[in-house]
Design a protein around this ligand. Structure first.
Ligand code: SF4
Length: 237
């Protein structure tokens, strides 16, 4: 798997290869079980039930790093943050920021297109309770590293959605950029900002989970501020 990720020549090749990954037995079993049993509201749909690749442009200046696909969102539709409440909040914000051509993301063929932006997850398969193990995170890391390496020429800023994504960035810094992560690691927080000289800046943002958006911990205005900052750091108009 590590070798296959490293061999990917472009994003299309990487997306195809990751979709065929079976490296984590617990996650493979879970993604397939969810796809079999389904949620009642989606009982007539065919679930994707496989790893979910990244989404967006190959010349992205802004990266958005999430945790992992949702069981009935990305794991159902085959596209990251697509078909669930988290995606509703995220894509509405990206549309307001001028980084997406539409405010909704409901199905893989709905016409959504991103501008200057690529979205990817630290772990590519839906985990039980949205909680991958550290071993699963490490097993999946080569896919993230290769994806970042492929967009490295343009990538200027990464928005980490939540503490898990924030923590997953530091090994990427070392693997892709050859930069030793700061010690101690900067703490995650909403609006936290780290910048190096030869690597993209890192911005912290509370995750767009229902737990955060329904309780008002993360508001549309807070997301707008983060994406405005990301655009400024990335030099996107
Ligand atoms: S989580 Fe990542 S490494 Fe594990 S099976 Fe899914 S794609 Fe493969």
């Amino acid at each position: 798997m590590v070798a296959r990720a490293a061999r990917a020549t472009d994003l299309a090749d990487l997306d195809g290869a990751v979709s065929d990954c079976f490296a984590c037995p617990r996650l493979v079993a879970w993604r397939e079980e969810v796809a079999r049993t389904k949620r009642a509201a989606f009982r007539d749909q065919e679930y994707w039930g496989r790893p979910v690749p990244g989404l967006g442009t190959s010349d992205a200046r802004i990266g958005i790093l999430g945790l992992a696909p949702a069981a009935h969102g990305g794991n159902r539709t085959g596209r990251i943050f697509t078909g669930d409440r988290s995606g509703d909040v995220l894509f509405a914000a990206l549309h307001r920021a001028g980084l997406a051509n539409q405010p909704t993301s409901v199905a893989a063929d709905d016409g959504l297109a991103l501008r200057d932006t690529r979205i990817f997850a630290a772990v590519r398969c839906a985990p039980p309770d949205n909680k991958p193990t550290p071993a699963e995170r490490d097993t999946c890391a080569p896919w993230l590293h290769r994806e970042v390496a492929l967009i490295r020429p343009t990538l200027r800023v990464v928005v980490a959605l939540g503490a898990f994504a924030w923590a997953a960035w530091w090994p990427t810094l070392r693997e892709v950029y050859g930069v030793r992560p700061p010690s101690p690691r900067p703490a995650f927080g909403h609006g936290a900002h780290w910048s190096g000289t030869t690597a993209p800046a890192l911005l912290g943002c509370y995750h767009v989970s229902q737990q955060n958006t329904f309780t008002g911990r993360l508001t549309p205005g807070m997301l707008d501020d983060v994406f405005a900052r990301a655009k400024q750091l990335a030099g996107v108009d």
